[in-house]
Ligand binder design. Structure first.
Ligand SMILES: NC(=O)c1ccc[n+]([C@@H]2O[C@H](COP(=O)([O-])OP(=O)(O)OC[C@H]3O[C@@H](n4cnc5c(N)ncnc54)[C@H](O)[C@@H]3O)[C@@H](O)[C@H]2O)c1
Length: 252
């Protein structure tokens, strides 16, 4: 039986590339997303190249919906080996004006959603002897622009959740790691009706020591590695993938 990966927010952006990458590696892929069109399109791509996959329309902040996603994945694909907690939203704005409802929604999707999916996946992984959970955080967990309190707090929470879960779940054979992406261009990885061709200036490229803006496969490749047996001694860690952007000093 193929190994199975679950990817939240797998319909577009980094999640879409991650779904396609795992499918290329021979995994059966279960994705959830709030966008039905995007999710179904990804599953069509996977099936067109001979892969196995399923999609469910799920808001990861909704406990019952998450439980249903996990239950139906086991029913359809047989097991849960890897979970990529990728779905995320931001609502930026001055903290003097941002509504508390907007703040709560960002925390509910990004942090509570990551916890809910991890809890439900861990219950199944424990019963089959282990697994790998990969949380998509952000370099904004570590540094900030102005007016990003809700998003930054949610991503900082994900880093803390990562080491806490790694310690709690280690004895069940479950490894938990985080990836903190920097600037990853996803304009061309949206649902086909919404996708656009990205344009970057020379300045955009030069602020990255690697000489370019990131692409979704930069993150997807790391997810596949962290899920693999080669990463068996890695847990509780955060991997910054940002082309070196956060290591570059800026004098203004
Ligand atoms: N792109 C970047 O530069 C960047 C940088 C750092 C971190 N990240 C993180 O990477 C992850 C993916 O980002 P992206 O840029 O690919 O985003 P994206 O907006 O392109 O894709 C996110 C997907 O998640 C889905 N989604 C949103 N809310 C959801 C919910 N409540 N339940 C289920 N699905 C939901 C969306 O419909 C969408 O398909 C996010 O967690 C984001 O915070 C992205």
């Amino acid at each position: 039986m193929n190994k199975t990966v679950l990817i939240s927010g797998g319909g577009q952006g980094i999640g879409r590339a991650t779904a396609l990458k795992f499918a290329q590696e021979g995994y059966a892929v279960s994705i959830c997303d709030t966008s039905k069109e995007a999710g179904l399109e990804v599953i069509r791509h996977i099936r067109d190249v001979g892969g196995d996959g399923m999609f469910m329309c799920v808001d990861i902040a909704d406990e019952e919906a998450v439980k249903r996603w996990l239950r139906l994945t086991v029913q359809d694909l047989g097991r849960v080996d890897v979970l990529v907690n990728n779905a995320g939203i931001s609502k930026n704005g001055s903290m003097l004006d941002l509504s508390i409802e907007d703040f709560d929604r960002v925390i509910a999707v990004n942090l509570r959603g990551t916890y809910l999916c991890s809890r439900e996946a861990a219950r199944i992984m424990k019963s089959i002897g282990g697994g790998s959970i990969i949380n998509i955080a952000s370099t904004r967990a570590l540094m900030s622009e102005a007016d990003t309190e809700a998003y930054s707090a949610s991503k900082g929470g994900i880093l803390a959740l990562t080491h806490a879960m790694a310690v709690s779940l280690g004895s069940s054979g479950i490894r938990v790691n985080a990836i903190s992406p920097g600037w990853i261009e996803t304009a061309d990885w949206q649902f086909s009706a919404r996708a656009t061709v990205p344009k970057h200036s020379e300045e955009d490229r030069l602020q990255h020591p690697a000489g370019r803006v990131g692409i979704p496969y930069d993150i997807a490749d790391m997810c596949v590695y962290l899920a693999s047996e080669q990463a068996g001694f890695i847990t509780g860690q955060n991997f910054v993938i940002d082309g070196g952007m956060t290591k570059k000093m800026i004098y203004v």
